[in-house]
Write a protein that binds this ligand. Structure first.
Ligand code: SGN
Ligand code: CA
Length: 558
């Protein structure tokens, strides 16, 4: 009897041990997730997509190891709403973060919370832009709001508010590498969000790139001098023109004194912005900036008296590209530092590495900077995913994936159930060579922040590989139909062209079905408008003048 007991315990012991080992193995097979996101990084400025503007050898390394998505898009092309969609896996109208102004509702369930509950170690470094702290993170160090390029402040989980001397892109990377080497637990999988502020406006590059980038010349896009004819009013009404809306000082870095000397009138409060950004510099940083931009000012003074409007547009475009791309140079270098670390520490195997942006950006297309529209440069976003050993290296996918899909993709990869009310689709079939299981061929878009800075009208749209059907609805009721194959530069509205009658009817039907599927409705849009109108009537106006808002609200009544 005694012996039987002993034998039984022996076998029980073995079974438990093997069970334990299996659980451990299963756990260790769960992939790490590194989510790298920059702010306003246009795909036109990543050489894996297009090398006419800049070489980004390190971001391209991710493409060499993985999949380059050529049709990735966002559901609402603006910062905080994009981040909210990424974290919640829901469209803006359901997670409530429709624009940059109203704070994120922290009762939303986010994928980092679910991963943390599921045994993942989680950390976030860099820009969040929510007006509140992220939930579901073991560690975070985030910029307050938009953050600063130089000597930035951070809100941290454990050390309160801190100020760090140096350049923001380098600092966010230092924090990330420090966490990987000193806080990461070997025994657990991790999910790391590494979120750059660059290349967001007002485009202050690292000192080490000033000399090179302020002396470079870049090719102009074909639509730099777009006159906005052939479309609805929205494009003409937008305030994103490089010529008319980009500041001479805060954006293009002409000294306020130089402008006074030349008698140039500033756009909005741009001189104030210039002063605000530059006052954060240490004397040494200031000296380096003065060296580069002093030279820019001297050269400008010589050419300004004979400049035509066309020359000014060209000059401002070059200045814009120099600064914007200069900030991307350090993003790329720092992505290289992270990849080197992962390589040296055998962390590449079984790690999903994502490189993306919170949305795309106009680099002079349509004469614009900024984003917001459902037109390609801002609707699409760069997306590169590597998963060494799993995703096929050096490949491309034109699947219609969206930022809406990240939450479910990561949960799926981690073996954690996604809540039924998330609205995306797991991209796992695309990452693991099962493209035929991916069936989506249309996506939904809805932008809200209007009337506000840059004055892009509220609109929603259905986008298929062939067409876009867009509804601008805040003031006049206007529709746009774009033929993506015949008109890739998106210059012509064919909504009223009889040749497109059938296409138009079909898209209307699909759009309505989609709105039902995603639970968007005219009533919801109206609720968001009512809140805005109420706030505006109480004097809370966002990023534009009270007079402009009043005029638009008047037009709405007529
Ligand atoms: C700031 C910028 C805008 C930009 C928004 C939103 N103006 O307000 O140009 O569109 O941020 O950007 S600035 O004069 O302050 O630079 S977002 O990426 O946060 O959505
Ligand atoms: Ca952004």
């Amino acid at each position: 009897m005694k012996y039987i007991h002993l034998i039984l315990s022996f076998f029980l012991g073995i079974t438990l041990l093997t069970g334990c080992q299996e659980a451990k193995e299963e756990k260790s097979q769960r992939p790490n997730i590194i989510f790298i996101m920059s702010d306003d990084h246009a795909y036109q400025a990543i050489s894996a997509y297009d090398n006419s503007l800049i070489e980004t050898p390190n971001i391209d390394r991710i493409a060499d190891m993985g999949i380059l998505f050529t049709n990735a898009s966002v559901t609402n092309s603006i910062c905080a709403p994009s981040r909210a969609t990424i974290l919640t896996g829901k469209h803006s109208h359901l997670n409530g973060k429709i624009d940059n102004y109203y704070p994120f509702d922290t009762t939303n369930v986010t994928f980092p919370q679910l991963l943390q509950d599921g045994g993942y170690q989680t950390a976030m470094f860099g820009k969040l832009h929510f007006g509140n702290n992220p939930k579901g993170f073991d560690q975070f160090k985030i910029l307050p709001g938009q953050g600063s390029y130089y000597n930035p402040d951070f809100i941290t989980k454990n050390e309160g508010n801190i100020k760090v001397e140096g350049y923001v892109t380098d600092i966010i990377t230092d924090m990330t590498l420090d966490w990987l080497s000193n806080e990461r637990k070997e025994e657990d999988p991790f999910m790391l969000m590494y979120l750059h502020k660059a290349p967001h406006r007002a485009w202050l590059m690292a000192e080490r790139h000033l000399e090179e980038f302020t002396n470079r010349t870049f090719p102009e896009p074909a639509t730099l001098f777009d006159d906005y004819s052939g479309r609805t009013n929205a494009a003409a009404e937008a305030e994103m023109s490089i010529l008319k809306d980009m500041g001479w000082s805060g954006d293009n870095k002409l000294y306020p004194e130089t402008m006074d000397e030349l008698g140039i009138e500033e756009i909005r409060n741009d001189k104030g912005r210039f002063v605000n950004h530059w006052k954060r510099f240490t004397p040494e940083q200031k000296a380096n900036f003065d060296k580069a931009y002093g030279k820019v000012a001297e050269e400008f003074k010589k050419i300004y008296p004979s400049m035509t409007e066309e020359d000014m547009m060209k000059w401002k475009f070059q200045r814009y590209m120099q600064d914007y791309l200069g900030t991307i140079k350090s993003v790329d270098e720092n992505v290289g530092r992270l990849l080197d670390y992962l390589e040296e520490n055998n962390l590449l195997e079984n790690t999903i590495i994502v490189y993306t942006s919170d949305q795309g950006f106009y680099l002079g297309e349509h004469g614009w900077f900024d984003k917001r529209f459902v037109y390609d440069e801002s609707f699409k976003t760069p997306l590169i995913v590597a998963w060494p050993g799993k995703a096929k290296a050096g490949t491309k996918s034109d699947a219609m994936v969206q930022n809406l899909d990240f939450a479910q993709t990561f949960l799926d990869a981690a073996g954690v159930d996604a809540p039924a009310d998330m609205q995306g689709e797991s991209m796992m079939p695309l990452l693991t060579g099962n493209e035929d299981q991916w069936t989506r061929d249309e996506v939904y878009y809805h932008y809200y922040e209007y009337p506000a800075e840059h004055m892009v009208n509220r609109h929603y749209a259905i986008v298929t590989k062939d067409y876009k059907l867009i509804h601008y609805y805040f003031v006049e009721d206007e529709w746009e139909l774009i033929d993506r194959n015949k008109d890739p530069k998106e210059l012509k509205n064919v909504y009223d062209d009889p040749e497109y009658a059938e296409v138009r009817a079909d898209l209307h039907e699909r759009l309505e079905k989609m709105r039902v599927k995603y639970k968007d409705s005219p009533e919801l849009s109206q609720q968001y408008i009512d809140r805005y109108v109420e706030d505006a009537s109480e004097g809370r106006i966002y990023g534009t003048s009270k007079e402009k808002v009043e005029k638009i609200l008047e037009r709405r009544k007529d």
